[in-house]
Write a protein that binds this ligand. Structure first.
Ligand SMILES: C[S@@+](CC[C@H](N)C(=O)[O-])C[C@H]1O[C@@H](n2cnc3c(N)ncnc32)[C@H](O)[C@@H]1O
Length: 196
């Protein structure tokens, strides 16, 4: 789904944190069939890294309906009925397995982000990639996981250009937390920044 430029960006960010010894795991929130997360695990395998894991967070049943009472920006953005975005956990596991990359260094976090991310076992991240489309999905991921990103680590936002709600959540979070690190465009939609 994400194309070559955004895959290349994952590789560049992951290899930079490995090269620089930035502590922490790699994580994607919003994985669909698993492509980007499988690629993260492949990068660790290619470099023989055994002390980091890839966290794979999704409902594995598509997007939640919008909750405009909590997140007014999501009013009218209802992707919960989009069937092709519903990919069961078993299918994502099978996709990891097909690449020979399903092992104990892949950790699944199943459920709605608002329920799973506040208490998930993730301790420290070197790379955090967000791909959940909604304001809610972006905000909840940043609120719960950005504090766990190491200095020198990367935050990648897949939908920044494509989905206005995602862009607003990112801007609101950055503004309210005084984050001024420069945003770099990857392609027509993806952006990333390096945590100072
Ligand atoms: C656009 S797809 C992700 C594409 C994927 N990153 C890739 O590289 O192919 C969005 C995914 O986010 C998940 N998602 C979005 N919001 C969510 C939420 N609030 N809680 C759990 N899963 C969510 C959906 O289930 C879906 O799998």
């Amino acid at each position: 789904m994400i194309g070559l430029r955004r895959l290349e960006n994952i590789r560049n960010c992951a290899e930079d944190v490995l090269r620089c010894g930035v502590p922490g795991d790699l994580m994607e929130t919003g994985v669909w069939r698993g492509g980007a997360a499988i690629f993260m695990r492949a990068i660790l395998a290619a470099h023989g890294v055994e002390d980091r894991v890839v966290w794979v967070a999704d409902s594995f049943e598509g997007l939640p309906p919008p909750d405009p009472a909590m997140y007014p920006a999501d009013d009218g953005l209802d992707l919960s009925a989009v069937d092709y975005l519903r990919v069961p956990l078993e299918e994502v596991r099978a996709n990891f397995l097909a690449y020979g990359l399903l092992d104990e260094r892949v950790r699944f976090v199943r459920g709605w982000f608002r329920e799973t991310l506040p208490t998930c076992e993730v301790e420290r991240l070197a790379l955090l990639r967000l791909d959940g489309d909604l304001y809610e999905s972006t905000w909840v991921a940043l609120e719960n996981l950005y504090p766990k990103v190491s200095s020198g680590g990367y935050v990648i936002i897949d939908d920044y250009g494509a989905v206005e709600q995602c862009r607003h959540a990112t801007e609101d979070y950055r503004k309210s937390h005084g984050i001024t690190a420069e945003l770099t465009a990857i392609d027509w939609t993806g952006i990333f920044w390096k945590k100072p």
